[in-house]
Design a protein around this ligand. Sequence first.
Ligand code: PGA
Length: 255
Amino acid sequence: MRRPILAANWKMHLTRPEARDFVADFLPRVADASAAEIVIAPPYPLLGCVGQCLAGTAVSLAAQNVHPAERGAFTGEVAVAMLVELGCRYVIVGHSERRALFGESDAFVASKAAALLSHGLLPIVCVGETLEDRESGRTFDVLGAQIDGSLAEVPGERAAEIVVAYEPVWAIGTGRTATPEIAQQTHAFVRERLRERFGGAGDRIRIQYGGSVKPENIGVLMSQPDIDGALVGGASLEPASFAKIVHFESQEGSQ
Ligand code: PGA
């Protein structure tokens, strides 16, 4: 039984007052949502403030990135221990925007995931194919390579703790969601690859879907057997919208 995990990826959005207002509005809306795990990933400068607002609640704090080194001359970067101090539980690594815009490789993502696990934090490892990959029939090759490369340093005994987010690049921020059938088919491939790599632990790893998730499509996505949650960008910036996503049960079958 995998507990659903719904995560808000705020990307480079919201000011401090906006973030405070979000949390004040959002928390009462999800007070009864104990079946699902809820995660919010604000930009780095808001981690302290949002972390304080979430303290003592069931909502977990996440960062959107990290550097794998313990410390050192890495101007502009943030180490794992700093995120631990701020109260983070999860960290998104390998998001397609970081892979595409900042040139992050699978090996770099793998070193981040390993550094996080060694400090007690949990990586949300993102994978996903581009439209060109999908149209040329290379989706499973690309995803297989990303999974193998990005999870190369995850020790088998810790595998069940990580989260994998499947986010087709062509669905991110485009309003174009994968159909439930395409999403499930691809999640099933990811699940099989995780089983090959980690054995039975592969069945316990939660796989989120990401890419234009909204209140209208979360129910049907979550009803797929291998979709265990969602990583939500645009629709996570409004408290009412993200709260509806967290309450996906009541929307099952709607699209
Ligand atoms: P989106 O972003 O929900 O705005 O498509 C998802 C993501 O990039 O994680």
